[in-house]
Every structure is written in structure tokens, then in C-alpha cells.
Design a protein around this ligand. Structure first.
Ligand code: ZN
Length: 397
């Protein structure tokens, strides 16, 4: 339910802010879709410093949320969502519907990167872009990627560089599939060319030009990325491999990739069947990587939302096709903190500031003056979402 238009100032008072660094109890003022100011509340027992507290401007209608006893964190930045609908790998009946804005807002996802997947025949970049613009009309920050699983890459304008330079919403390329029977088995040289085009197109457009790599379940794992990094001047940070928690062997390769300067993305949506088959839940994988001393600023979680999740019986027959839900990021944050014992400030960057930096979105993933007003009000015990602010618009649940 939309309760506050973008142009109505919003004051969230006396709320415990994790920006994602802990700022303590603050007042946060949102104006015209951005965080205008944050002021610290005095510690308990100290005399109130009235001048340091934000007061609504006289004569300007302001919506006020009393945030006492609540947590305020940045909205989630989701590196991979099939916003136009994924799937299709089980025939036409397995095509998944496009994402509804409400499903993202309820799940706390305020910024999302939309991608095609296996199917670039019945799915197109024009449709992907239209879906992103429809979501943006509802307050979400929706971006898209050039390319699909396939090499040579499918594009909107005829080239990766053209897409990145000419289409504001196009942030990078992906998911390009490697180590997967559904991919087009690119060579290191082909992959390097894509990375170079994304890099230069990104430079010309003032974007980071990150290439999202779908890593399948073949044993070679990240071999191609290591080969390209060994043999070209492209740095490991050019690439963002996803599904790195799909097996123990791949997660181990992901650790080495992080150590050589790369980043990894962990897929939060999973099923009991996938966990039985060796996938490591994203919250657990995050806890393990942080315990190993790896840097959270190069680790992100994504929902893979609206992808199809096939379920097989003991004989390997397809028995059901579920849709990857958008709320898997929230569930993973809750699991990371409440079950795996990570502090909120240690876990939160992987859902917010880290993916924002990996995609070059400087006003996303943080609560700071000048940042976009993408905020979540959380229950401090359960970390359930009580309100989502997306682009300055308030939605209560
Ligand atoms: Zn994928």
C-alpha cells in the first residue's frame, strides 16, 4: 500500500540506524526521494540537544514515522532478478511471469538488476527494459543487463558498448553462462572480448560495466575467469560470478577468487532438494566466507527472483517447477543474524553497500545525506520488515 508520494517529505524519528555501519539512534529526513539529513539523538541520560534534532519545515506537509525501538537499514540491492520472467527450460509451460513491484517492495528489494537468462529467443532486451521502466514507475530502481546466457552476446543496439553507452538503465552484461550445459561454451578469448567491451562501454558512460557470470554445475567452475585474469589486463573485479554457493567445490573456488581480488554473488533462493544435492544456503555461505576473513565488500547475495526452480524426485524426474521468490534475501539476512550469529553490521553490506559498489551505484545501498531514500524499517527481534521506503515513497506492510 503506497502511503506517501515521493514529493511529501518524510521524517523517521528516533530510529536505530545501520547505514550499514551502526550510527546509533537518529532522526532521518527524506525529501524528494533522497535522504536530506541525518541527525544523531543524544545518548540516554544526556540532555537533549534540540538544535541537532530535525524538525519538519513549518507549513510543509510532512509524514512522520516514530521509529523508536525499530531498526532502519538500506533497502536491498538485488544483483540478479529475472524481471521479465525467467525459466522456459522445461518447455513453454515453464515460462515464468514478470515480476510485480509489490513482491519486491514487500521483500525489501528497492534496487534490482534485471537480466535475461537461457531464453533470448522469446525474451528480449526491449521487453526487459520495458519491465524495468514499469517497476521504476512504482518507485523501484530497476536496471538491466545487456547479453544473456549466450555467446556471441545478444544486445539491444547491436553491441555491448552501444547498449552501455546509449541506454541509461544498462549497467553491464549478463548472465553469461560458463561451466553449464545450457551455455554456449565460450572460450577465454570470447569471454575476454565481452569483458573488454563492457569495460570500455562502461568507461564511456560513467558506469562500472560489470559482467555477471552465471556459473553452472560443471566441475571446471571458475576456470575460465581465472584463465582470462591470467592472460589479459582485465582485472578480476571486471567479473561478478553468481551461484557460487551451488556446491562445496565451487564455493572453495569462490574463496580463492575472492583472494585474488574478485567478487562473488551467492544465490539466496533455494529449495530443500537443492540443499540435499549439495547447495550451501546463502546465509551459511556468507557466514563461512566472513569467518575465513574474506572481505564483505566483495560479496553480494541475490534472489535470482522469478527464475524457475525445478524439483526432481528420487529418480531424477521433474515433478514440480517453483518460482524463485523475492523474499529470499530477507530470509537470508534473518538466518545470517539469528541463526549463524553474524552481527547485523557485518552481514548487512552483502545485501546493500557491497552489491551497490560492485555495480557502481554510488547513491544506493547506504543511508547517508544525498543517498537515494531506499530504506527498510525492521523489527529488532525478528528483522521482519514493517515498512519499505523506495525512492522516497513509503509502503507499510
Ligand atoms: Zn544463473
Amino acid at each position: 500500500m503506497l502511503l506517501c508520494e515521493r514529493d511529501t517529505p518524510l521524517l523517521i524519528s528516533d530510529v536505530e540506524v545501520f547505514a550499514p555501519a551502526p550510527l546509533g539512534r537518529c532522526d532521518v529526513l527524506v525529501v524528494a526521494g533522497r535522504v536530506l539529513a541525518i541527525s544523531s539523538r543524544p545518548a540516554r541520560g544526556e540532555p537533549p540537544a534540540v538544535s541537532e534534532q530535525l524538525t519538519p519545515i513549518a507549513g510543509v506537509a510532512t509524514r512522520h514515522i516514530e521509529g523508536r525501538g525499530r531498526l532502519l537499514v538500506p533497502g536491498f540491492v538485488d544483483s540478479l532478478v529475472h524481471i521479465g520472467g525467467g525459466g522456459g527450460e522445461g518447455g513453454f509451460a515453464s515460462r515464468v511471469a514478470p515480476l510485480r513491484a509489490e513482491d519486491a517492495l514487500k521483500a525489501g528489494v528497492t534496487t534490482l538488476i534485471g537480466a535475461l537468462g537461457t531464453d533470448e529467443v522469446t525474451r528480449s532486451h526491449a521487453d526487459l527494459l520495458a519491465c524495468a521502466r514499469a517497476l521504476a514507475a512504482e518507485g523501484l530502481s530497476a536496471f538491466v543487463l545487456s547479453g544473456s546466457y549466450r555467446v556471441p552476446v545478444a544486445t539491444l543496439t547491436g553491441s555491448v558498448r552501444g547498449d552501455l553507452v546509449l541506454i541509461p538503465e544498462m549497467l553491464g552484461v549478463g548472465e553469461i553462462a560458463i561451466a553449464d550445459h545450457r551455455g554456449s561454451q565460450p572460450s577465454a578469448a570470447e569471454l575476454a572480448r565481452i569483458g573488454a567491451d563492457a569495460r570500455v562501454g562502461g568507461m564511456l558512460a560513467g558506469k562500472r560495466g560489470t559482467v555477471l557470470i552465471h556459473v553452472g554445475d560443471a566441475a571446471e567452475g571458475l576456470r575460465l575467469l581465472n584463465e582470462v585474469s591470467d592472460s589479459t589486463p582485465l582485472p578480476p573485479s571486471q567479473w561478478h560470478p553468481t551461484h557460487v554457493n551451488r556446491s562445496r567445490a565451487l564455493l572453495t573456488q569462490g574463496e580463492a577468487w575472492l583472494r585474488r581480488g574478485g567478487s562473488v554473488d551467492l544465490t539466496a533462493s533455494t529449495t530443500a532438494g537443492l540443499i540435499d544435492a549439495g547447495e550451501i544456503a546463502a546465509a551459511q555461505a556468507l557466514a563461512e566466507l566472513l569467518a575465513a576473513g574474506l572481505p564483505v565488500d566483495r560479496i553480494s547475495l541475490s534472489s535470482d527472483g522469478q527464475a524457475s526452480l525445478p524439483q526432481f524426485d528420487a529418480e531424477g524426474r521433474l515433478i514440480a517447477l517453483a518460482v524463485a521468490p523475492m523474499d529470499s534475501l530477507l530470509q537470508s539476512l534473518q538466518q545470517a543474524v539469528l541463526q549463524h550469529g553474524l552481527s547485523l553490521e557485518n552481514a548487512l553490506p552483502a545485501f546493500t553497500a557491497s552489491p551497490a559498489a560492485i555495480w557502481g551505484l554510488s547513491r544506493k545501498g547506504v543511508i547517508a545525506p544525498g543517498a537515494d531514500a531506499d530504506l527498510l524499517l525492521l523489527d529488532p527481534q525478528t528483522l521482519a520488515i514493517e515498512a519499505t521506503v523506495a525512492g522516497g515513497q513509503l509502503h507499510l506492510f
